[in-house]
Write a protein that binds this ligand. Structure first.
Ligand code: NAD
Length: 488
């Protein structure tokens, strides 16, 4: 029997629910290209039912003490951990990943659940002084109401955890729309949440295509806060709809992240991290290194070592493989077309360049690890996020040019520098226009207690997860208490 659920139904009001229209779509394995299951193809009516359920269940949850909500999240974390193998098998199948990577991602989701479970004991406001005698002034956190959460396919289990757990600990009801390419992990995680004690009806999951399920969630007047992880194009649409309703919205969007290699870098370390940040998860990370900015003095040596590392990469989903397929056929076609256009415009393809077709790969959505050089920093491929294993290498004369090139991007999510010079490293931290700055490692990496997010077209200024996520999923209420000592 396959580890993958045959039919991925919605979860509405605590029950499995096919789409009200009865429509379904196939889920394909990115590794083989073959169908592995079906999912409910939902629409506006399914969203309305899910919002009604979340709305109905939310007041009792909001009235449950935060500490108790945290205890339930602890139970969920333990239940997810107990079923990590089962969950990781689903992630591996639907996302085309090695089992080791899938287990790692489930572990990250568990850590995130634990962090927000602990927040149930804090959910802090502030107590301040008042300008009036005998008056106390303080803030308390209140839930927003119903949170509409829309997530991307790249790391499905952590993506679920990053939004669902902070939304729940703050006392909200939830309507979640998982990515249509990776719905199985959300399907199982939501059920595990209920089995572990989450009140039924509070967490609702509506599956289907982005353009059919996403907009009704965003536009629904009973959804109070939206959190979205995905492309900048869709993020802009969501911001427009939410803006018209003055609805609170958190956007975690794309990146075109620069990794700078200085002339004093430890080159082997720089190559190691550039390889991981460019190619792990087949480059499907908002924080992937897609622009390698290398000082002229070490350019040839870096390129030689980086190409040797690239040539040694093994594609596939077995334990000894380095990267798997990209998520779907459309993304693969987009990547191949972008590389072709770049080559036609004069880019030199140093490695890869197209679809990988080796034994066991040709029916899946495998992109060759691709390295380009000789690209104009203003060219299309320098600005556009491809979300695949396709770094471009740029040659720069020195630090000023490196910073200027790194900042010449519509995005501002993450960046890294490789240098042994503390002045250079900290000047980079000061001047780089990103939400995350890394010294001597990859551009990717995030911890559940740290506030991740970007500037410019990478987001709208919010940060998730960390305690900062509480600001998204709760509203502050000012409380004044007037005391009359003469009555004491
Ligand atoms: P996408 O925007 O196409 O889809 C993301 C989610 O939005 C999916 O669930 C999809 O079904 C849904 N969606 C699609 N159209 C919609 C619409 N019109 N209205 C509402 N929802 C809609 O993105 P993708 O290609 O699946 O994911 C990759 C993108 O996500 C990249 O840009 C990547 O950088 C970004 N990402 C960002 C972060 C971050 O934390 N900043 C993390 C992971 C991925």
């Amino acid at each position: 029997m396959s580890a993958y659920p045959e039919l991925i139904a919605n979860l509405v009001a605590g029950r499995d629910a096919p789409a009200l229209s009865g429509a379904e779509v196939e889920v394909l394995s990115p590794h083989s290209g073959a169908p592995i299951g079906r999912l409910a193809r939902s629409g506006e009516a399914d969203v309305a039912a899910a919002v009604a359920s979340a709305r109905a269940a939310q007041p009792a949850w909001a009235a449950t003490p935060g500490v108790r909500r945290g205890e339930i999240l602890h139970a969920i974390a333990n239940a997810l951990e107990a079923r990590r193998e089962e969950l990781a098998r689903i992630v591996a199948l639907e996302a085309g990943k090695r089992m080791a990577d899938s287990l790692g991602e489930v572990g990250a989701a568990v850590q995130c659940a634990r962090f927000f479970a602990g927040e149930g004991q804090r959910l802090f406001g502030r107590t301040m002084t008042s300008g009036t005698p005998n008056r106390w002034a303080m803030t308390v956190r209140r839930p927003c109401g119903v949170a509409g959460l829309i997530i991307a396919a790249n790391t499905p289990a952590p993506n679920f955890a990053w939004k669902v757990f902070p939304a729940l600990i703050c006392g909200n009801g939830v309507v979640l729309k998982p990515a249509e390419d990776t719905p199985g992990s959300a399907w199982l995680m939501a059920r595990i949440c209920e089995e572990a004690g989450l009140p039924k009806g509070l967490l609702n999951v509506v599956h289907g295509l982005g353009a059919e399920v996403g907009p009704p969630i965003v536009a629904h007047p009973q959804v109070d806060v939206i959190s979205f992880t995905g492309s900048t194009r869709v993020g802009r649409e969501i911001a427009e709809t939410a803006g018209r309703q003055l609805k609170k919205v958190s956007l975690e969007l794309g990146g075109k992240n620069a990794l700078i290699v200085c002339d004093d870098a430890d080159l082997d370390n720089a190559v190691h991290w550039a390889k991981l940040a460019s190619f792990s998860n087949a480059g499907q990370r908002c924080a992937a290194s897609s622009r390698l900015v290398v000082f002229d003095a070490v350019y040839d040596a870096f390129v030689r070592k980086f190409l040797a590392a690239t040539a040694a990469l093994k594609l596939g989903v077995d334990d000894d493989c380095d990267l798997g397929p990209v998520i779907n056929r459309r993304q693969l076609d987009n990547m191949c077309a972008a590389v072709e256009r770049a080559a036609a415009a004069g880019a030199k393809v140093l490695a890869g360049g197209g679809r990988a077709t080796g034994p066991g790969l040709s029916s899946g959505f495998y992109m060759q690890p691709t390295v380009l050089e000789g690209v104009d920093p203003k060219a299309e491929i320098s600005g556009a996020e491809l979300f695949g294993p396709i770094p471009v290498i740029y040659r720069v004369p020195g630090f000023e040019a490196a910073i200027a090139l790194a900042n010449a991007s519509p995005y501002g999510l993450t960046a890294a520098i490789h240098t042994r010079d503390v002045d250079r490293a900290l000047t980079f931290v000061d001047r780089i226009e990103t939400g995350v700055a890394v010294i001597n490692a990859g551009t990717h990496g995030s911890e559940p207690h740290m506030p991740f997010g970007g500037v410019k077209a990478s987001g709208n200024g919010t940060r998730e997860p960390g305690t900062e996520a509480l600001d998204i999923y709760s509203e502050l209420r000012d409380v004044y208490v007037n005391v009359r000592p003469e009555r004491a």
